[in-house]
Write a new protein. Structure first.
Length: 286
């Protein structure tokens, strides 16, 4: 055989060997992968069976996984995630309200420069509590507007607090079912307590106008500084808005946060500003 023939033969044998080696490697890789996947499947089945039989392990694993995910989010955003924070928000989509309530919410939002979402929640609550107490919801909203301008953290010099400017020290008993006096700064709680006080004042006084004087603490003063007229005027505007009539927007002056404490509901001479602590025992409406 010539030298060139030997070279050709050697090349052919080398190519055959490479093909055989490649085939063997591929077959081995397939076997390893197949067996590995089979083992992985078995491991997954066993893990799922164990978790099904041991809920405590499953919960621990979920907690560990959530902790890892939250740690990644904190590292990426620089904020601690709190997915249930939205549950604490006093807000609603005005588009979800009935047409009448939505109109009131949008009008108040523009006039008092407050976001429509929290106002929508308050409007919906006012309509609901108004239905239960037989009070016009637009009257309730008018009291809020004049008292605080929808500032849930407002406080007067004599201690009236929150949206409805309730005298928290005087009406602390009404906050007990809500967890204590600090609930005065929860908008919905303040609204509910304020409506209860307003309802009692109207019942005690015998009329809406006189009840508003009781509410602002001017029951035995010569006048209430125009408080009742302001509330009734805003009430009238809100009634028109609720009925679908166009009502001009006039930016209000500073809310009439009360400067007098509520006075006793018993007959007596006109009095000036009173100490809330001394008034607390006397101001007890049935």
């Amino acid at each position: 055989m010539t030298a060139s023939g030997e070279v050709v033969r050697g090349t052919a044998m080398l190519a055959q060997g490479l093909r055989t080696f490649t085939a063997d490697v591929g077959e081995g890789f397939f076997e390893i992968t197949h067996n590995g996947l089979a083992l992985l499947g078995v491991a997954v089945v066993l893990a799922l069976s164990t978790l099904a039989a041991r809920p405590d392990l499953r919960q621990a694993g979920e907690a560990q996984l959530m902790g890892w995910l939250q740690a990644r989010q904190v590292a990426a955003l620089g904020l601690v995630p709190e997915l249930d924070a939205i549950d604490r928000a006093t807000a609603a989509n005005p588009k979800d309200l009935p047409k009448q309530q939505a109109a009131v919410a949008y009008w108040l939002s523009k006039k008092y420069r407050v976001a429509p979402e929290p106002l929508s929640a308050l409007v919906a609550e006012a309509y609901e509590i108004g239905r239960r107490t037989k009070l016009d919801p637009t009257l309730i909203l008018a009291v809020m507007a004049v008292e605080s301008g929808f500032n849930p953290f407002a406080q007067s010099p004599v201690g009236a607090q929150g949206l409805m400017q309730v005298m928290t020290g005087v009406h602390s008993d009404k906050y007990e079912v809500f967890g204590g006096k600090l609930a005065a700064f929860d908008p919905v709680t303040n609204l509910r307590v304020g409506v209860k006080v307003l309802q009692e004042c109207i019942q005690r006084a015998g009329s809406l106008h006189a009840g508003l004087k009781f509410y602002v603490g001017a029951a035995h003063l010569p006048d209430d500084g125009g408080y009742a007229e302001k509330v009734l005027a805003e009430h009238g505007r809100l009634q028109q808005v609720a009925s679908g009539r166009p009502v001009p927007l006039v930016t209000p002056a500073t809310p009439a946060i009360r400067t007098v404490a509520p006075l006793p509901a018993t007959p007596g001479p006109a009095q000036g500003p009173a100490d809330p602590e001394k008034v607390a025992a006397a101001f007890s409406l049935p």
